[in-house]
Design a binder for this molecule. Structure first.
Ligand code: PXP
Length: 390
C-alpha cells in the first residue's frame, strides 16, 4: 500500500479522500517513488499548531509539515518508507480561497511540496536549495497538470489577421488570408480566427464571407460589440464569436474586456447570438471578477488574456503572471465555462500555458505569421502544433 491517508479533521469535509488518494498515487508515480510508502495525515489548525510548536518551535498553525522516516524512527529506517506529510485543511482552505482555486487543488500543491521535502530538498537551507526545490516541485506540477488534463488534447486556433495586414500594406489582393487559412488547416490548425475591426485595417468583409464558405474546422470571429459588426456576425454565422474590447488607436487588442462593467449590454449580445446558435466567448484578463461576470452574462467560453505573461521579462514576473492564468483557468473551468487563452504567445512561452489542464484551445497569430516568413506557413504551424503535445 504505497499511500496511506488518514483524516483527523472535525467539521464538514472539504476534500474527497478517494480523489486525494488517486492524486497522491499519481504524484508518487511522477516522482518515480511508486515503490515507496507515504503516509498523509489531514488535520485542523489546532492540531497543526501543536505539531508546529513541538517540532519547529513555532506557536502557530502552518499549511504543511513533512517528517522524513529517519526523523520518525532514527534507528533502522526502512528505505522504502518515505515518511509522513501532515496538512492542515483549514489553512489549505484559506489559501485556496485567496488564490481562487479549490481546496483539493491547494492540498495537491502542498502534498507535492511535502513530498519534495521528503525527497531531501529543503528551501530553508540556502537560496540555491530553494531554487532546486522549486524546480523539482514545478517539474512534478507540470507533469501532474498534463496527466490530469480534462481536455484530451489542446487545440490550436490560428489568427490570420496579419496575412491581411501585409495585403493591406499595398492595397492589392496578395497575400490572401483565405488561402492562408486553408494552409493552416491542412497543417493541423483546429480553428481559424479573424478580427473584423470597425476600421477594417486588416480583415475585410469579403474575407469573412469567403472564410465562412471555405473554413472546414471552425471559424471564430473576433469582434467588438458594435451594432454593425454584430449584424455581420449574425448574417455570417461563424462557429463562435469572441468579444474583445476595441480601440481605434491601439496596435493590437490591449487588454481584456470589462465584462463586469457592461453586463447588461453584453448579456443582450449573448442573447442575440444564442438565438442564432452562435456561442460567445469573452476575452478577459485573468481576474475572478471578470470570470463571474462572464458567467452572469451567459458566455459559453472565456479566452484568458495571456498578454501580460507574454510581455513579462523577469522570471518572478513570468511566474506571477503564469499563476494568475492557471488560477483563472481553473476557476472559469469550475464555473462551467469552456476556457481558451491567447495573445502574445510564441514558440518559447506557449508550452507552459499548453500544460494547463483546463484550457481547451490557444489562439495564436503573430508569432506563427512571423515565423512563416522564414520557414513557410505550413512548417510554422506544424512547429507550433508539436509544442502543444500529441
Ligand atoms: N486572442 C485575441 C482575443 C486577440 O485579440 C489576439 C490578437 O488579434 C490573439 C488572441 C492573438 O494574439 P497574437 O497575434 O499575439 O498571437
Amino acid at each position: 500500500m504505497p499511500v496511506l491517508i488518514r483524516s483527523e479533521t472535525t467539521g464538514p469535509s472539504r476534500v474527497s479522500l478517494e480523489a486525494l488518494h488517486v492524486t497522491a498515487e499519481t504524484i508518487m508515480r511522477i516522482a518515480a517513488l511508486s515503490n515507496n510508502e507515504l503516509s498523509i495525515l489531514l488535520v485542523n489548525d489546532p492540531q497543526m499548531q501543536e505539531l508546529n510548536l513541538k517540532f519547529r518551535g513555532k506557536d502557530q498553525p502552518t499549511n504543511v509539515l513533512a517528517f522524513p522516516m529517519d526523523d520518525i524512527t532514527p534507528d533502522s529506517p526502512d528505505p522504502g518508507i518515505l515518511g509522513d506529510i501532515v496538512i492542515s485543511v483549514d489553512t489549505a482552505g484559506r489559501e485556496a480561497a485567496g488564490r481562487s482555486i479549490t481546496c483539493h487543488q491547494r492540498i495537491q500543491r502542498l502534498l507535492i511540496h511535502g513530498l519534495v521535502h521528503l525527497m531531501g530538498y529543503d528551501h530553508e537551507r540556502s537560496e540555491e536549495d530553494a531554487f532546486l526545490m522549486e524546480r523539482e516541485e514545478n517539474k512534478i506540477i507540470l507533469e501532474l497538470n498534463r496527466q490530469q488534463r480534462r481536455q484530451p488534447m489542446i487545440q490550436l486556433a490560428i489568427n490570420v489577421d496579419h496575412v491581411a495586414t501585409i495585403r493591406q500594406a499595398r492595397g492589392g489582393n496578395e497575400p490572401d488570408p483565405v488561402t492562408a487559412a486553408g494552409i493552416c488547416e491542412l497543417a493541423g490548425a483546429s480553428g481559424i480566427v479573424v478580427h473584423l475591426r470597425e476600421d477594417r485595417r486588416h480583415i475585410q468583409d469579403r474575407d469573412v464571407h469567403l472564410l465562412r464558405q471555405l473554413v472546414k474546422t471552425k471559424l471564430n470571429l473576433e469582434m467588438g460589440a458594435s451594432e454593425e459588426i454584430i449584424r455581420i456576425a449574425l448574417a455570417v454565422k461563424p462557429e463562435m464569436i469572441t468579444l474583445v474590447p476595441e480601440k481605434r488607436k491601439e496596435l493590437t487588442t490591449e487588454g481584456g474586456l470589462d465584462v463586469a462593467g457592461q453586463i447588461k449590454k453584453l448579456s443582450g449580445v449573448v442573447a442575440r447570438m444564442e438565438e442564432a446558435g452562435i456561442p460567445v466567448s469573452m476575452f478577459i484578463d485573468p481576474d475572478s471578477r471578470q470570470i463571474a461576470a462572464a458567467v452572469k452574462a451567459g458566455a459559453a467560453f472565456v479566452e484568458i488574456h495571456t498578454g501580460r505573461y507574454s510581455d513579462a521579462t523577469s522570471e518572478e514576473e513570468i511566474n506571477r503572471e503564469f499563476d494568475l492564468i492557471a488560477s483563472a483557468a481553473e476557476e472559469a473551468y469550475e464555473a462551467g465555462l469552456k476556457v481558451n487563452a491567447g495573445h502574445g504567445l510564441n514558440y518559447l512561452n506557449t508550452k507552459r500555458i499548453a500544460g494547463l489542464a483546463t484550457i481547451e484551445e490557444l489562439s495564436i497569430g503573430h508569432a506563427i505569421m512571423a515565423r512563416a516568413i522564414f520557414v513557410g506557413l505550413e512548417q510554422a504551424v506544424r512547429e507550433m502544433r508539436s509544442l502543444l503535445g500529441p
